[in-house]
Design a protein around this ligand. Structure first.
Ligand SMILES: [Zn+2]
Ligand SMILES: [Zn+2]
Length: 343
């Protein structure tokens, strides 16, 4: 590979992802060139490849990026060549009614890097310098790449209006569920209860700080779910799975005055059957949480506090992306990463 070339993993259509050498992309004024060292494989990437989440055909995948800065064009915004950085992977129009009201994440024409704009699964990525956040130089790149999901989880905790000393029930302990457990612990929520069918992920929940991890297939565990909070229901409930069935269970498990947060990405056409009478009588709030508005800097600040090194990581080179997706689906590790710069 000459320096005029780069290697990029492009999504062409459903189940059609190709790795190719191509002319390298060049920065314009205000942009930087970065070399991605670790890129998280996210549930969203699997949804994109399967056709369940809309992405631009031809786009380079990868929105959880940790990289080294190699070139800066124009204003450096406090970033220097050689810096280890993470990317806040969104572009907002800045002009719509949401952007003008400080709610950019709800922008009419928001575009995500790795979804609509070229992402990090390449040997080179060009981004506006202003969306780069410097990381301590000794940060392991895979931990740096987790700044993006951590930022999404911080927004989720904000949406949840989590209050210390109150109970929280989290359905699902994939990577996001694990980060939410860690944030709940730091926020002082107690008890932290996780419901998760996989034994490996229940162990992960406990490693991250959950007080109890229960198996939804075990009747005794499901009785415990209610008795832990003295049959009063939970004050905060999170769907970190993304399914109508889980939302139904969340409403059932919620106590009076509870707040339920839908965080997982459910499949199109999936619905929940919930009773308006429950919402009324228990005075429930059901909220969503989408991406990471103004939380990336907070994520970087918290990165070292979240026990992220307790996640088992698996690494794959760019040419092994399909293996990485399979590993993610099979749950061979807690979190799977692509390492574009290592063959
Ligand atoms: Zn993601
Ligand atoms: Zn906008």
């Amino acid at each position: 590979m000459t320096t005029d070339q780069m290697t990029a993993l492009r999504f062409n259509g459903i189940n059609d992802v190709t790795l190719a050498e191509e002319p390298r992309s060049l920065p314009r004024d205000g942009e930087s060139v970065i070399e991605p060292l670790a890129v998280g494989v996210c549930g969203t990437d699997a949804h994109i490849v399967a056709g369940h989440f809309e992405a631009a055909p031809g786009v380079v995948l990868g929105h959880e990026v940790c990289a080294r800065v190699v070139e800066i064009m124009g204003d450096s915004d406090g970033i220097a060549v050689g810096d280890l950085v993470t990317v806040e992977p969104h572009d907002y129009c800045t002009r719509c009614s949401y952007c003008r009201a400080g709610r950019e994440h709800l922008c009419d024409s928001k575009r995500g890097y790795g979804v609509k704009l070229d992402g990090g699964m390449a040997t080179r990525m060009v981004v506006p310098t202003r969306i780069l956040y410097r990381l301590p130089d000794d940060t392991p790149p895979w931990i740096g790449a987790l700044a993006e999901p951590v930022a999404c989880c911080i927004h989720a905790m904000d949406q949840l209006d989590a209050i210390s000393g109150e109970s929280i029930l989290i359905y699902g302990c994939g990577p996001a569920g694990a980060i939410l457990v860690s944030l709940a612990r730091l926020s002082g929520l107690t008890p932290i209860v996780v419901v998760e069918p996989s034994a490996r992920r229940r162990e992960l929940a406990l490693r991250m700080g959950a007080h109890v991890a229960l198996d939804p297939g075990d009747e005794a565990d499901m009785q415990r779910l209610e008795s832990i909070v003295e049959h009063r229901g939970y004050r905060r409930v999170v769907d970190a799975v993304g399914s109508g069935r889980i939302v139904e269970q969340s409403v059932a498990a919620a106590g009076r005055g509870a707040r339920i947060m839908v965080f997982g990405v459910s499949k199109p056409g999936d619905f929940a059957q919930i009773s308006p009478r429950d919402i009324f009588q228990k005075e429930l709030s059901i909220v969503g949480s989408v991406i990471n508005p103004y939380t990336h800097q907070r994520a970087v600040a918290m990165l070292g506090e979240l026990r992220l090194d307790r996640l088992n990581a698996a690494f794959f080179s760019l040419d092994r992306f399909s293996e990485a997706l399979e590993a993610q689906a099979a749950g061979v590790a807690d979190k799977v990463f692509i390492t574009p710069m290592s063959p």
